[in-house]
Ligand binder design. Structure first.
Ligand SMILES: *Cc1c(COP(=O)(O)O)cnc(C)c1O
Length: 466
């Protein structure tokens, strides 16, 4: 057929929409999306014909393409991913997976009216700050607390509340970048404080702080270097000493602690990371942490410490702009409640479970998964379970090598990069690591159900049917 005949044979949009399959599709999916997809599919074929392609038009193929386009356009952009990387608090993959009780709480509060700002006792207006406050105080030993949108917001609010138009003293060794353009000097500027740097990059002494205190000092800030470590000839002032100086000079000491460790993780072979309670006990006037790093809750920033300071921050104009939404607040409250029984927190908070799963358990799971993959995928991969290192992620515990066992996959008919891509573009999206020409699957960050999904994803990627 010549080009003209091919173009004449192209079905009209209206005609295509009358097909049984597409008219059904247009009742199941938004009609405008289906109409657009039909138009686009026809346009693509028209362009192909005009480019000289002599293949006749197949209406069934067009309908298949329309269904594919509609599915693609209706698919949520923010959707579930299977994290096989072994990086537990994977910031790009949404940090912490929520516990069942946190999810139930968010659902309850999101799907109903709630006590968000309503005091049931008096029948009058209440404060959204009350919901998480008592629990934060219980699990940290602090006098008062509040929760905001994230820890970056907490840092901004704390500095603005305590040191706007004043001076804020910070060690040169702690002028960190957390990632995503969040840098302490920039936050200082935004919050209206004048930053006073003290010490040297590697060493800061108590006398450096002491000499920097003036009548204009509003705050001494200690930033926990969560995402990096300095080694060698280094020294920073312990929080106890800084707090003592703060008390004697009347300057509040604020620690941005970052990862939000609420229980001692040393018994699980993890590094000695200060808990929020230990910072409060060391005398910090104010501490802030993230809700979704090692704490294992939703995105949030927790501020806790002295009652007069927290009260001031609650009344600050920025507090409204930085406040937490009700579903997040419900999830945070439920997560914190689990910590009242630390043994339960370790079992029910997924982040803690993954972090503390014994190496032996992960090894057994890796071997069992490797065996399942070998059987199911019919020799498409060289499958070997091997020791490797998992990471806490999220800029937390950067020096912690968490022993793990991974399933390594060497595809026989494609490259490791190609396999990684097929897994990533599949449904569900499976994110893996590549090392030494092999694709790595770490059971440490997988649920049992996800292991099954990975077995099937690998079978599909290899073209093994059934
Ligand atoms: C992660 C982190 C932040 C930022 O917290 P977000 O919850 O990501 O906003 C700030 N300070 C420190 C020390 C951190 O580790």
């Amino acid at each position: 057929m010549d080009t003209k005949a091919l173009l004449r044979a192209l079905p009209k949009t209206d005609e295509l929409l009358k097909r049984e399959d597409l008219s059904v599709l247009a009742t199941q999916q938004p009609r405008p999306v289906v109409v657009d997809a039909v138009r686009d599919a026809v346009e693509t074929v028209r362009a192909r014909i005009l480019a000289g392609d002599p293949t006749p038009v197949d209406e069934d193929d067009l309908a298949t393409e329309v269904a594919r386009l509609v599915a693609e356009r209706m698919r949520p952009s923010l959707r579930r991913v299977v994290n096989a990387t072994g990086i537990i608090v994977h910031t790009n993959l949404g940090r912490s997976v929520l516990s069942d009780s946190a999810l139930r709480a968010a659902l309850q509060v999101g799907g109903n009216y709630s006590t968000l700002e309503y005091d049931v006792e008096s029948g009058e207006r209440g404060s959204r700050h009350v919901h998480a406050e008592r629990l934060i105080c219980d699990v940290t030993g602090a006098e008062a607390a509040m929760a905001v949108n994230n820890n970056a917001a907490a840092v901004l609010l704390a500095i603005a509340g305590l040191a706007a138009r004043k001076e804020a003293i910070v060690s040169r060794g702690q002028l960190v970048e957390i990632g995503g353009s969040f840098r302490i000097p920039d936050v200082m500027r935004q919050s209206g404080a004048k930053m006073v740097e003290v010490g040297a990059t590697n060493k800061t002494h108590l006398r450096d702080y002491e000499q920097a205190i003036t009548p204009k000092t509003g705050l001494m800030l200690k930033v926990h270097s969560s995402n990096y470590r300095m080694v060698g000839f280094t020294e920073e002032v312990p929080l106890e000493e800084l707090s003592a100086l703060g008390r004697s000079s009347g300057v509040p000491v604020y620690e941005d602690q970052g990862s939000g460790v609420l229980i001692d993780l040393r018994p699980f072979g993890l590094p000695d990371e200060p808990t929020v309670r230990s910072s409060i006990e060391a005398g910090a006037d104010l501490v802030s942490v993230s809700g979704d790093k090692l704490l294992g809750g939703p995105q949030a920033g927790i501020l806790c410490g002295r009652r007069d300071i927290i009260d001031r921050l609650k009344k600050h104009p920025l507090a409204r702009a930085l406040r937490l939404d009700k579903m997040t607040l419900a999830a945070l409250e439920a997560t914190l409640r689990l910590y009242l029984d630390p043994a339960r927190a370790l079992v029910e908070i997924p982040t803690l479970g993954m972090l503390t799963a014994p190496a032996d358990t992960v090894r057994s799971r890796a071997h069992a998964l490797a065996a399942r993959i070998s059987v199911r995928c019919d020799g498409a991969y060289v499958v070997v379970a091997m020791p490797d290192i998992a990471r806490a992620g999220g800029g937390a515990l950067p020096m912690a090598d968490i022993p793990t066992t991974v399933v390594t996959l060497e595809p026989r008919t494609m490259s490791a990069n190609e396999l990684e891509e097929r897994l990533r573009l599949g449904e569900p999206c499976v994110v893996t690591r590549i090392k030494d020409g092999r694709v790595l699957v770490d059971p440490r960050t997988l649920t049992a159900a996800e292991e099954g999904e990975i077995v099937e994803a690998l079978a599909r990627a290899a073209g093994v049917d059934g």
